[in-house]
Design a protein. Structure first.
Length: 195
């Protein structure tokens, strides 16, 4: 329940009520918007940032103990949300898709899936035979370690070793074909499923 007074530049305001944040919004929206506008230089981004800040307030309302510091908390939250947005934009930049510029072959999603599957199959054919057989039995035939060991007449530990070495060879082949010689840094162990 909000039962604290806050002194702003507009005089004393009495915030009362359970989860009703309307008085807080009415008093602080303008100053938060101006601060967001100074950060973003865009009216729509500033409005989105203020809206996100008030959403955070509503989500965290039960955690706030001292409502006399709500103004400071809101400005800090707005600033933090701005930095999160900047970080996200830097890590995941938005790119507009232009069909004329981005030469995209037709055929839809299935064409891309078959292209990927074909590339993996071609790379799998270049893996050493001992490792390739274990990989094919495990991933394509869905056999367990025990079943692969029985089929090949080798212990389970050897099956695990061949699968591990086969996956490393497959990763190396795929990274060279997709990224060139320096591409191994881009491909990690999580890129090949463990099933």
């Amino acid at each position: 329940m909000i039962t604290s007074k806050e002194v702003t530049g507009h005089g004393e305001i009495n915030f009362t009520g359970g989860t009703d944040v309307t008085p807080i919004v009415e008093v602080l929206y303008g100053s938060l918007y101006q601060f967001a506008l100074s950060l973003t230089s865009s009216e729509s981004d500033a409005a989105d940032l203020v809206q996100q800040t008030f959403l955070t307030l509503i989500q965290r309302l039960h955690q706030i103990r001292d409502f006399s510091k709500i103004k400071c908390w809101l400005f800090t939250t707005l600033r933090r949300n701005f930095f999160i947005k900047i970080r996200r934009q830097r890590n995941y930049p938005e790119v507009e898709f232009l069909p004329d510029v981005h030469d995209c072959p037709g055929g839809g999603q299935e064409a891309w899936r078959s292209l990927d599957a074909r590339s993996v199959r071609e790379a799998l054919l270049r893996v050493d035979e001992a490792y390739r057989v274990a990989l094919e039995l495990f991933y394509l035939s869905n056999l367990s370690y025990r079943e692969i060991g029985e089929a090949l007449g080798i212990p389970i530990g050897t099956v695990m070793s061949r699968l591990s070495r086969g996956k490393e060879q497959l990763k190396s082949i795929l990274s060279r074909s997709f990224y060139g010689n320096g591409g191994m840094q881009r491909m990690r162990g999580r890129d090949i499923p463990k099933r």
